[in-house]
Design a protein around this ligand. Structure first.
Ligand SMILES: C[S@@+](CC[C@H](N)C(=O)[O-])C[C@H]1O[C@@H](n2cnc3c(N)ncnc32)[C@H](O)[C@@H]1O
Length: 279
């Protein structure tokens, strides 16, 4: 509504171009605002999440992939800086870029599980997209579909996918729109997916919408990664519906403190459908 008052011409044009999407955006934002009045979900992080993840995957740790991920991290951050983008918390409107811990987890999952079909929600600068795409490229197999509802403000549009660059068009489809509207159809078309990353609207309603729909489509060795789980109760309430699965709560590693978070860092979560070891 604030956007509409500030930019009446483009606001009305957006509304007329896609009234359903505009209504979905307004109703999602309203629910997210209401949810923010709830107390924070008290998550207890798994301090050794990286070792536990690799144990569950049945691979040794530290693994060579950890080093590969760190090298790519430095490269991606420098590339963004060269484009005049200061990566990190609140770098794309109020949204954060994927942090070093999150992308390392995604990198290791992509390299070790060798997924064929990967779906993510939330692109912004495309840091997570770049890590998935580069890992798929090194696997020599696999495809990424990214669903993203860009901000209404036109200013941000030129920065969408800035971290991805040009080298991945044979493995990547960017789907513009909200996950509420685009995800069900995509999952229906794909049948099975092997890896899913949530990094879109961080409300419990939206997280549950995405996870409840991706879980049945997730293959037997698949994984879900959920960013910013400390922002709502969605990860907790979802894991309670799938007891006995391996789920990890991991501390984020932002480039600078994120002062909005209880630990100045944030948390992300991982759920594996199956594991070689329980802990
Ligand atoms: C946290 S950022 C994504 C960061 C990205 N994964 C990265 O590592 O650079 C969230 C993105 O999701 C988009 N978004 C917001 N609500 C959405 C929704 N309902 N469905 C899909 N995308 C949404 C935002 O506009 C923003 O571009």
């Amino acid at each position: 509504m604030r956007y509409l008052l500030k930019h009446p011409v483009t606001g009305v044009a957006d509304l007329l171009a896609d009234p359903i999407e505009t209504w979905t955006t307004i109703s999602d934002a309203h629910t997210a605002e209401r949810e923010r009045r709830r107390p924070q979900c008290p998550y207890e992080p798994n301090l050794g999440w990286e070792q536990q993840l690799h144990d569950a995957l049945g691979v040794s740790w530290p693994c060579d992939e950890t080093r590969e991920s760190s090298a790519l991290w430095h490269q991606v951050i420098s590339e963004l800086e060269a484009k005049g983008i200061r990566a990190g918390p609140e770098s794309f409107q109020w949204w954060n870029d994927g942090d070093a811990g999150l992308v390392r987890a995604i990198w290791c999952l992509t390299r070790h599980l060798r997924p064929r079909n990967v779906v993510e929600t939330g692109v912004a600068h495309g840091v997570t997209s770049r890590f998935i795409l580069e890992a798929l490229k090194r696997n020599g197999d696999g495809y990424l579909w990214s669903i993203d509802l860009p901000p209404l403000e036109r200013f941000w549009h030129q920065q969408i996918g800035a971290a991805v660059g040009d080298g991945y068009s044979d493995r990547w489809t960017y789907i513009k729109g909200s996950s509420r509207r685009r995800l069900p159809g995509l999952l229906h078309d794909l049948g099975q997916i092997d890896l899913f990353i949530h990094d879109s609207l961080h409300s419990e309603r939206n997280v549950r919408f995405e996870l409840d729909r991706t879980w049945p489509a997730l293959g037997p060795k698949g994984a879900l990664v959920v960013d910013d789980i400390d922002a709502n109760w969605g990860f907790r309430s979802f894991t309670q519906t799938v007891p006995g699965r391996v789920s990890l709560i991991c501390t984020a590693e932002p480039l600078r403190p994120d002062l909005r978070r209880f630990n100045k860092k944030g948390l992300f979560g991982i759920i594996l459908k199956a594991s070689t070891a329980q802990f």
